[in-house]
Design a protein around this ligand. Sequence first.
Ligand code: HEC
Ligand code: HEC
Length: 221
Amino acid sequence: MAKRFLLALATVLLFPPALAQPDTARPPSARELGARFEEVKQDRKAAEALFKTGRKVAAVCAHCHGEGGNSLKPDIPNLAGQNPSYLLEQLRQFAEGRRRNEFMEGMIKAMNSDEKIGMVLFYAAQQVTPLPPPNAALAARGREYYDKVCFRCHGSDGRGNEQMARIAGQQPDYLRTTLRRYRAGNGVRVNPLMASNTRLMTDADIEAVVGLCCTNGGAVG
Ligand code: HEC
Ligand code: HEC
């Protein structure tokens, strides 16, 4: 597994993604992946085995997403503490081209179902490293906005739930870009709930919410 994986990474890093050699195996359908995930959740032994697989997979991802999924780059998302079903859904979106990022689309093609499930189990169990404390005034504005709109789905602490994305402690540049993409509706990230919840946001609202969410020390954390 590790060898095939490193090969995929090297291929993608050395050649433009369009030329990368995807795994020749048919990618698992969303239904197959979901069914396998349910099966693993009921089976402690299988979950433990896949957790170890996930740790190996994560060693490759660490080049960008950081050790244990705590990214050191503000424009690359943390995967640490992220919720498993949300992560699996993003993998499906990359695989199906519904979420656009050439590198990630190539990377996902090199993973089988068990590697995907192991990876999400591993990351969900990692602690998020707190980022530096927020600018208090900005975070207070962010809190006001967050408590009116975002808490309904992402929870008042920003941790989401099994299905819903965690946004507490997420990298600031990534959060800003992501919110702008949902708002722009340009097809890079498409989600009707996030489109309607960002439509009325001004740039200043986005900055304030990012100032709150990217910190792990504030009330969202
Ligand atoms: C070369 C850098 C790089 C490597 C290596 C990499 N990623 Fe990523 N990944 C990214 C970037 C950049 C994004 C953000 C894409 C976007 O939304 O524009 C991302 C996004 C993601 C997301 C979506 C996260 C979210 O919060 O929605 C998941 C899941 C993910 N990567 C999983 C992985 C896994 C699993 C691996 C290892 C097998 C991996 N990545 C390796 C760069 C990388
Ligand atoms: C009605 C429910 C709902 C509300 C309200 C909502 N969201 Fe979301 N949010 C979602 C869903 C569903 C997703 C996953 C979308 C996808 O798959 O791209 C998401 C995804 C996100 C992501 C991407 C996470 C990642 O790791 O890439 C961010 C950031 C985010 N929301 C921030 C916010 C903020 C900030 C607000 C308030 C302005 C907000 N959301 C309000 C449902 C909601």
